[in-house]
Design a binder for this molecule. Sequence first.
Ligand code: IMP
Length: 174
Amino acid sequence: MTSINNIKVLISEEKIQARVKELGQEITKKYEGKELTLICVLKGSFLFYADLVRAIRLPVRCEFISVSSYGAEKTSSGEVKLALDISTPLDGRDLMIIEDIVDTGLTLKYIRELLSVRNPASIACCALLEKPEARKVEVPVEYRGFTIGNEFVVGYGLDYDQRYRELPFIGLCE
Ligand code: IMP
């Protein structure tokens, strides 16, 4: 395994980029003829979102939402707080929540419930990573990049105490 600054590469930049292209193609096929509203969950999804938006060949609208549950810890506080909401009406729109990682599932469940009461035509989620062993609540993830073990990862948007977001790969933070 290669390592940079004590961060061991778990998923390489090449693998991420190839998978993002595949996800883009899958989503394009599924929503053919429609306009999709892509919701970036800040901050962790910003790189994945920017790449995925360009891999989807559909008319899209870009929206941003921010929630927090971690602070400077490596485990979820279990309490999800809304820091930035979407101000545009979402009635009749096909929504896709773009998440960096689904860990306990609490954040995604909160966001899905928040958006579902705004009368969208549909809601789906595309997560770059999923940790099935850490799941605490049932919540659907329609599209996923990679499944990983119950370990803390950084890079490609993901942080530990606001660091390492700039790494182009997903690494293990020890
Ligand atoms: P959940 O609510 O426990 O599913 O956590 C979701 C959020 O926690 C993600 O959107 C991330 O911002 C953060 N998170 C969960 N696991 C990790 C990790 O391994 N590294 C960095 N952030 C993580």
